[in-house]
Ligand binder design. Sequence first.
Ligand code: C5P
Length: 396
Amino acid sequence: MELQGKRIVLGVTGGIAAYKAAELLRLLSKQGADVQVAMTEGATHFVTPTTFQALSGKPVFTDQWDARMPNAMAHIDLSRQADLILVAPASADFLARTAHGLADDLLATMVLARDCPMLVAPAMNRQMWENPATQRNVAQLAADGVHILGPACGEQACGEVGAGRMLEPEEILEEVIAFFTPKLMAGKKVLITAGPTFEAIDPVRGITNLSSGRMGYALARAAQHAGATVTLVSGPVSFSAPQGVDRNNVRSALEMHAAVMARAGEADIFIGVAAVADYRVANAAEHKLKKDTGGIPPIELVENPDILAEVAALKDGPFCVGFAAESQNLEAYAQAKRKKKNIPLIAGNLIQDGFGGDDNTLILFDEAGAHPLKPAAKSVLAGQLIQHIAHLTGKN
Ligand code: C5P
């Protein structure tokens, strides 16, 4: 749970996208956040407070004069000790009132009385968004330190197409998690390989492995959250790149090698997570091999370049991190691999503990020895590995 213990006030204002705030609330709660919902009167015309009450397990406040607050201090009490006020959707009207410091309803008053950061996810018709008045208000809010999330471009509830769509709840969740992540890698360029490679035998067949790419993608996401500029060189995997990450698709080890070597010189940190095939087929057939052409076709293998070792050998190259997936003798094999490739850090895991799955058990091996991490989701382990890398690179 990446938002465990975080207290968030979720402000919901009037707009069609208010229905998506219910899903956002569910996602925030699932990550452990303690969420208090406050709605404008307009928002209650789109979704009822009961929905948010059921999802948050707390009373929802809409009225500044709510008699449930014994001291009539709802605007201060509700946001007191909040770590964040998140307003999604944020209507043009809400942005305008906030930019001008108005306090004419509960949410606006809470926002004015806050002593915590605020994120807003605007949602409105594209012409309302493009209107110079809205743009002025948004620029003012940004200058006042409010974080503006989106909006996205696309089809709108009114049938028009353009900028003004609220970011999707999953995207807003990512922004919130990123917001709370210490920026240990601010200004760093991180290059990561992920996934399997596919070594062609003929146009339809090949040699590959069961790497899902999850660990590499989780690291790309964690590095991005930690403030790095992240480039991912990915073998064939079935999911999309984390928000804001530059993804480059490759298939074979040779393609991955070329893509990495073209970018390694600029990187501060290189993390080789890909399960690169050790060998490729030397005599890959141009046309599909046929069964009935007599005999079993011979497959000749040649060794692939060791991408990680090559990057580690670069003069003034990046800080290099490797992965060692073993089925036995983890410590001995991982440390031997670290020394052979001449890299400062390697993350070892037993194949039976995590290859292809959502969770993993990692042990980090560096000059100082072994640092076991508790078994956890790959997203959590990725954050811990990024912290360890930041700690080691910070020392240099
Ligand atoms: O030598 P081995 O494949 O066990 O080492 C694993 C580590 O080396 C991983 O970090 C992997 O991404 C990297 N590697 C590589 N190029 C290869 C083979 C492995 O970058 N050809």
